[in-house]
Design a protein around this ligand. Structure first.
Ligand code: SF4
Length: 140
C-alpha cells in the first residue's frame, strides 16, 4: 500500500471527486489515488506544502496554478483549521473524520471562491456526505 502526499486543499477536493479533471492523465492518476483512499482508508497521507501527488499530473497544456500564492494560502488555512502541520502523516480515515468535524458544506464558498469546480457543488456535497458518516463515494 503506497502512502500518498497531499497538500491541504486537496483533502477537500478529494471529497467531491467524481472522475472529472484537467486531462485524461490527471484523471487517471487522481482516480487511482481516490480509489486507494476509498478502499483502504488506513492509507497513510503525508501533508505537504506545494506540489503534491495530484498536482504531479497537472497537464502542461493548461494554465498552471499549483504554485499560485492564493492556492498556498488556501492550503494553509485548511491545515490550520484542522490543527495539522505540513510534514505530518495520518491515516486517511483520521483526516476524513477530522474534516467532517471541523468543516461544513458552506465553507467551500468561503475557502474556494475562485475555483472553477466550486459551482458544480460536488465538494460541498462531499463534506455533507462525510458529515453523515459515509466514506468517499463511488465514482459514477
Ligand atoms: S472548490 Fe475547488 S479547490 Fe475547493 S475543494 Fe472543490 S475542487 Fe478543491
Amino acid at each position: 500500500m503506497n502512502s500518498v502526499r497531499l497538500r491541504g486543499h486537496h483533502l477537500l477536493c478529494l471529497l467531491g471527486y467524481q472522475g472529472l479533471g484537467y486531462s485524461h492523465e490527471f484523471v487517471s492518476n487522481m482516480t487511482t489515488i481516490y480509489a486507494q483512499l476509498r478502499s483502504m482508508p488506513q492509507t497513510s497521507v503525508t501533508l505537504i506544502g506545494g506540489v503534491d501527488d495530484l498536482c504531479a499530473k497537472f497537464p502542461s497544456s493548461k494554465d498552471y496554478h499549483c504554485e499560485d500564492s492564493h492556492v498556498h494560502v488556501r492550503d494553509r488555512v485548511i491545515l490550520e483549521r484542522l490543527g495539522y502541520h505540513e510534514g505530518r502523516s495520518y491515516p486517511w480515515h483520521i483526516l476524513q473524520s477530522k474534516i467532517a468535524l471541523i468543516f461544513d458544506a458552506s465553507d467551500i464558498d468561503i475557502l474556494c471562491p475562485t475555483c472553477p469546480w466550486r459551482p458544480y457543488g460536488l465538494c460541498a456535497e462531499g463534506i455533507q456526505r462525510i458529515k453523515r458518516g459515509h466514506g468517499l463515494a463511488e465514482i459514477p
